[in-house]
Design a protein around this ligand. Structure first.
Ligand code: GRG
Length: 292
């Protein structure tokens, strides 16, 4: 295990423990509602968004107790988006994280409700933090905006709208990548800055945008070159479904060059921040080299 693997696993453990505690305390009825929420939360996943949030909190010396519920809420929002994304009316994917998608286990109606339940509960968790003061309100609002109609939802809407377009347009691709994927990664990185009084706000926002675009570039590359075993979901679907992807616009090898460029740019940006940014730099290259 490298130092990076060790540190990543440490952060993941903090996130998984908070998620488990959240699941254990769920009292909602009927049982199928609880089961469907817990099923998707416990399917695993890289937890990259909450890990990034904890890492930036450490860099900016934001109190761990102040950050952990924001990390929880963000991962719940991400999980909801995956459940809805897999629905037959959206990406129609039968597998997620190597297991049957939520709707394959519980049916489409219950999967819609599981996603809605996670989103509503995330907001409730964020509202609870707001009692602590103004910067906590700003941080909560930042997450909501990134997930909302000027963020992830807008990206997904454009993704659906432009399915099967005859030609791929770079502005539309950038819009989809920025909103569908980068916005939640921006929420992860920017919230610790907001909670620390705005330290490095614009630098971190730019870094997180580029890291988010890199994340989607690697996702598009893996849809062509990845395997079901590693990705835990169907491969080659984007091309078959006529999706707007980096590979359909730039081709595979130029998409990889662009991904390298984004990774190097992100790493360079970190050099401008005080403190130990080694883990964050390695996270950038982890995103570039990921196989799942
Ligand atoms: C509101 C009906 C309704 C649907 C919303 C917004 C939305 C559905 C879907 C968009 C979310 C989406 C699938 C974005 C793509 C981002 C992406 C590459 C997700 C995969 O994230 P990973 O690799 O997954 O971090 P793990 O499994 O590791 O958590």
């Amino acid at each position: 295990m490298t130092d990076f693997d060790f540190k990543y696993a440490e952060y993941q453990k903090v996130v998984d423990e908070r998620l488990s505690e959240f699941c254990d305390k769920l009292t909602c009825q009927p049982q199928i509602l609880k089961d469907s929420l817990v099923y998707s939360i416990k399917l695993g996943g890289k937890r990259v968004r909450p890990v990034l949030m904890l890492a930036f909190a450490d860099l900016l010396k934001t109190d761990r107790s102040d950050i952990v519920n924001y990390a929880l809420a963000l991962e719940l929002i991400h999980t909801y988006s995956l459940i809805h994304d897999d629905l037959p009316e959206m990406d129609n994917d039968d597998f997620r994280r190597g297991k049957p998608s939520n709707h394959k286990v519980f049916g489409a109606g219950n999967a819609v409700l599981a996603g809605d339940g996670l989103l509503n509960t995330a907001y409730s968790i964020l509202f609870n933090e707001c009692f602590k003061g103004n910067e906590y309100v700003s941080a909560a609002k930042y997450i909501c905006d990134c997930a909302g109609i000027e963020g992830m939802i807008a990206g997904q809407s454009a993704d659906l709208l432009h399915e099967n377009d005859a030609a791929v347009n770079e502005d539309i691709l950038n819009f989809i990548h920025t909103n569908k994927t980068a916005k939640l990664i921006m929420a992860a990185c920017v919230v610790p800055s907001i909670l620390s009084g705005g330290k490095y706000y614009s630098e971190i926002k730019t870094f997180a945008h580029d890291l988010g675009v890199l994340f989607q570039l690697t996702d598009d590359i893996l849809d062509v070159e990845g395997s079901f075993e590693n990705m835990g979901k169907s491969i080659g679907k984007d091309g078959n479904d006529g999706k707007y992807t980096a590979v359909s616009l730039y081709g595979l090898s130029d998409s990889k060059l662009r991904a390298d460029l984004y990774a190097d740019r992100c790493a360079k940006m970190l050099e401008g921040l005080d403190g130990d940014t080694e883990f964050l730099k390695n996270t950038v290259y982890f995103v570039r080299q990921r196989i799942n």
